[in-house]
Write a new protein. Structure first.
Length: 190
């Protein structure tokens, strides 16, 4: 079974919306506006590209990433790997042609079936609503979190507010950086 890894930049209060400057959010660009950049804090992003064998995202994140990421040299490995978009509305005609193999999945059942295939880890970037649905369905196996020392208040959150049984996590890596960023890697305990 393939490992499904959720990777996110989040504020201390769990907000993950518009970390890179995406329009429409009051605090857009919070990852680079308010916290000193330290390259070592972001090393996990390069590691994720080397280890992942596929990328999964929701429609909104696909629509944000697909016009930009295919031409970014820092995301070259992602261009080559298969991408899976979970959407009930996206069509084949909506897909960009310069970002490699892309498959549309229509349900969480299809995500569960993808996890049962041969291959290495699948990484989930962005995708607040998808992350919440995947977590609630018990499909996420690991979290890679870069926690920023900020309280953003309102905004899309990584974790849902669904009333559910406790989901235990096991901390497997943790590092704190001089700029206050914290890297935390958690495995989901089953």
């Amino acid at each position: 079974m393939r490992t499904l890894i959720s990777t996110a930049f989040i504020s201390l209060d769990g907000v993950m919306e518009a970390p890179g400057g995406e329009p429409g959010y009051r605090n857009s660009g919070w990852t680079f506006k308010d916290v000193e950049f330290l390259p070592e804090a972001y090393a996990i992003k390069g590691q994720e590209q080397k280890e992942a064998t596929a990328m999964l995202m929701g429609r909104v994140s696909y629509e944000v990433f697909s016009p930009v990421w295919p031409d970014m040299t820092e995301f070259a490995r992602y261009k080559a790997m298969p991408k899976y978009i979970v959407s009930t509305t996206l069509t084949e005609n909506d897909l960009v042609t310069n970002w490699g193999e892309t498959t549309i999945l229509r349900s969480l059942d299809e995500v569960a079936a993808l996890k049962e295939t041969e291959g290495g880890p699948i990484i989930v970037h962005g995708s607040a609503a998808l992350n919440q649905s995947l977590s609630d369905a018990g499909l996420i196996d690991r979290y890679h979190l870069l926690v920023f020392p900020l309280l953003l208040g309102a905004g899309k959150r990584l974790f849902s507010a669904t009333d559910k049984d406790t989901q235990k996590l096991k901390l497997i890596k943790h590092q704190v950086y001089a700029n206050g960023l914290q890297k935390s890697v958690f495995d989901v305990v089953r």
